[in-house]
Design a protein around this ligand. Structure first.
Ligand SMILES: NC(=O)c1ccc[n+]([C@@H]2O[C@H](COP(=O)([O-])OP(=O)(O)OC[C@H]3O[C@@H](n4cnc5c(N)ncnc54)[C@H](O)[C@@H]3O)[C@@H](O)[C@H]2O)c1
Length: 263
């Protein structure tokens, strides 16, 4: 408890999934949370859950593709809570695993880049001056295991760009005591996966997916939230330009455990 006491944090994409669990945990740890999402219903649901638990949060609607809306989001945090200590750029959209580069439309690629890359950059661009002025801040962004071993040619490069962007921002803002890190989750047991568990085909898919992990499991959204709390807190004050892989070992283990089992 209280690992983020007194801190003001914006979490984009917190109307659902990883972002919602992270917003709830940040608030439980004492942060005042700005729940930022383009989906008002989802965002307000997150705020209600936080308030029901007796903690502090407010909702601001934002489409991170729009830089003016990103500026409004940052102004909202400062006007409402008087500061901005943490920006967690978590909002993102998937690509399309069912098309290869020869068959994917350029519009689809542009759509994913627009949210994942330009959207993340927009948020950091608008939040950075507040942190630079205060000579303190923690910026976190959600990359993905896809950044390190690929997925589809629309999504994976956006996540590679995010990992690279955070290292670059860490270099640019380090002299102002502003840190910047990313988190790379592996596939998570989100609602979609819980639905999948109900069918035989879905269960088979999940079993195959788990095999990539030496600990034979998928990520739970709360696993990502715990990593984000660490990066947001002063416990990680010496950690910057880092990617934390919350991936059940899939990236570094590279499936070698499966080969070993086969002898
Ligand atoms: N779920 C996984 O297995 C997984 C694995 C690796 C990385 N990720 C990444 O984690 C992040 C969160 O994923 P999730 O599974 O929780 O997804 P999700 O779809 O449950 O949540 C994403 C949220 O982002 C919001 N959003 C989308 N576009 C937006 C925009 N333009 N402006 C503002 N908000 C927007 C959505 O409304 C939604 O609430 C994403 O960046 C995703 O790429 C997910």
């Amino acid at each position: 408890m209280n690992r983020l006491k007194g801190k003001v944090a914006i979490i984009t994409g917190s109307g659902s999934g990883f972002g919602r669990d992270t917003a709830e945990l940040f608030a439980k740890e004492g942060a005042k949370v700005v729940v930022a999402d383009m989906n008002r219903e989802g965002g307000e649901k997150t705020v209600n859950k936080i308030k029901e638990a007796g903690n502090e949060a407010s909702f601001v609607q934002v489409d991170i593709r729009n830089i003016d809306e990103c500026q409004t989001m940052v102004d909202f945090a400062v006007d409402t809570y008087g500061a901005l200590d943490v920006l967690y750029c978590n909002a993102g959209i998937p690509g399309d695993l069912f098309y290869d580069v020869a068959h994917m439309s350029p519009e689809n690629v542009r759509r994913v880049f627009e949210v994942n890359v330009f959207g993340t950059w927009n948020c950091i661009h608008c939040a950075a001056p507040v942190m630079v002025m205060k000579r303190k801040g923690s910026i976190i962004a959600t990359a993905s295991s896809a950044a390190w071993y690929g997925a589809d040619s629309a999504y994976a490069p956006t996540k590679g760009a995010i990992a690279c962007m955070t290292t670059s921002v860490a270099n640019e803002l380090g002299r102002y005591n502003v840190r910047c890190n990313s988190i790379s989750p592996y596939m998570a047991m989100t609602e979609a996966f819980h639905e999948m568990e109900k069918t035989e085909g879905g269960r088979a898919f999940i079993e195959v997916t788990k095999k990539y992990s030496p600990i034979y499991r998928l990520v739970e959204p709360i696993d990502v939230a715990y990593a984000a709390v660490y990066l947001a807190s002063d416990e990680s004050s010496s950690v910057t330009a880092m990617d934390i892989k919350v991936d059940c070992g899939t990236i570094n283990a590279s499936g070698v455990h499966e080969l070993k089992k086969r002898g």
